[in-house]
Design a protein around this ligand. Structure first.
Ligand code: AMP
Length: 194
């Protein structure tokens, strides 16, 4: 099962991906998590990405494409994976199609989580509060100010992917305003039909 989860920041892609990992025993490939790990480890990529991420902007296509291309070659991706937060630009969407075609495989589904914009910033603030209460590190970009920029980046660069995958007949949508359980059920229903 090779799956893309699409949606704006705070739509619940990460939460849903984690639930699907358990059910389908395939890894969640979150480019945000991979980049945060690179920043923490102060790798060359991390050093380049840090300021861009802190500002809520998108890291270059070249960097993220390289990270994903390497990651999907790992043995744990043999039976599939869930792409969470990637692709985020049309160029990345073309790149992933090429990467998979080069391996003779394709995507099984692209699922978009539809969420009311007004709910998003509240979810981000809640995530930051919960992380703090649990003694976990709080993401620097989970503030209302940086969130505005992340949402702008989403509309400018990522939202066009909806049309891109729709035109290819690959786009499925779920109501992301449903409960966490409810969204999972909607996704499972889609995956059961492919
Ligand atoms: P996320 O955890 O998915 O919200 O990503 C956090 C930040 O990492 C984003 O605001 C971007 O700066 C960067 N990032 C994650 N995925 C990508 C991607 N596919 N393309 C470019 N930048 C990304």
């Amino acid at each position: 099962m090779r799956l893309i989860l699409l949606g704006p920041p705070g739509a619940g892609k990460g939460t849903q991906a984690q639930r699907l990992v358990e059910k389908y025993s395939i890894p969640q490939l979150s480019t945000g998590d991979m980049l945060r790990a690179a920043v923490k480890a102060e790798t060359e990529v991390g050093l380049k990405a840090k300021a861009v991420m802190d500002a809520g902007e998108l890291v270059s296509d070249a960097i993220v494409n390289a990270i994903v291309s390497e990651r999907i070659d790992a043995p744990d991706c043999e039976n599939g994976f869930i792409l969470d937060g990637y692709p985020r630009t049309l160029h990345q969407a073309d790149a992933v199609a090429e990467m998979l075609a080069g391996k003779g495989i394709g995507l099984d589904a692209v699922i978009e989580l539809l969420v009311d914009d007004k709910a998003l910033v509240g979810r981000i603030v809640k995530r930051a509060e919960e992380a703090k209460a649990a003694g976990q590190p709080v993401r620097k970009d989970d503030t209302p100010e940086v969130f505005d920029e992340r949402l702008r980046e989403y509309y400018k660069k990522t939202a066009p992917l909806t049309g891109y995958y729709y035109a290819k007949g690959m786009l499925k949508t779920v109501d992301g305003m449903d409960t966490i359980e409810g969204v999972t059920s909607q996704i499972e229903k889609i995956l059961g039909e492919i």
